[in-house]
Design a protein around this ligand. Structure first.
Ligand SMILES: [Zn+2]
Length: 111
């Protein structure tokens, strides 16, 4: 989800915009966001492992940043977390299914 936003952001300079995301941006996304000069970032759930908007580190307030952005967190946090969990659950299922399919076609090839 964040990557998708990042991709569209890379194509534009989003001056005076607010980005809403479910999960706190990681350092890579934060870099892209700063680069695109998004004014304000609002996220739902904190990323406890790689959050770069205040949880693990805060690139948005770093002295090294060329541009600054306001960050707001905790918006619909529970809903965001649910959505993310459902997303990764679905992904795992898809990957498992794909592997099974590959195994099936391989077996057919060996017959
Ligand atoms: Zn990221």
């Amino acid at each position: 989800m964040i990557r998708k936003a990042g991709q569209s952001i890379e194509n534009y300079r989003l001056l005076d915009t607010t980005l809403y995301v479910t999960l706190e941006p990681c350092p890579m996304c934060a870099g892209a966001l700063l680069h695109s000069r998004v004014k304000r970032i609002v996220f739902g759930a904190p990323d406890l492992k790689a959050g770069a908007a205040g949880t693990v580190l805060n690139l948005f307030e770093s002295q090294a940043s060329y541009h600054y952005a306001d960050v707001e967190s905790g918006l619909l946090e529970a809903e965001c977390r649910d959505q993310l969990q459902a997303f990764f659950k679905r992904r795992r299922k898809e990957i498992k299914q794909k592997k099974q399919e590959q195994r099936d076609t391989q077996m057919k090839g060996e017959e």
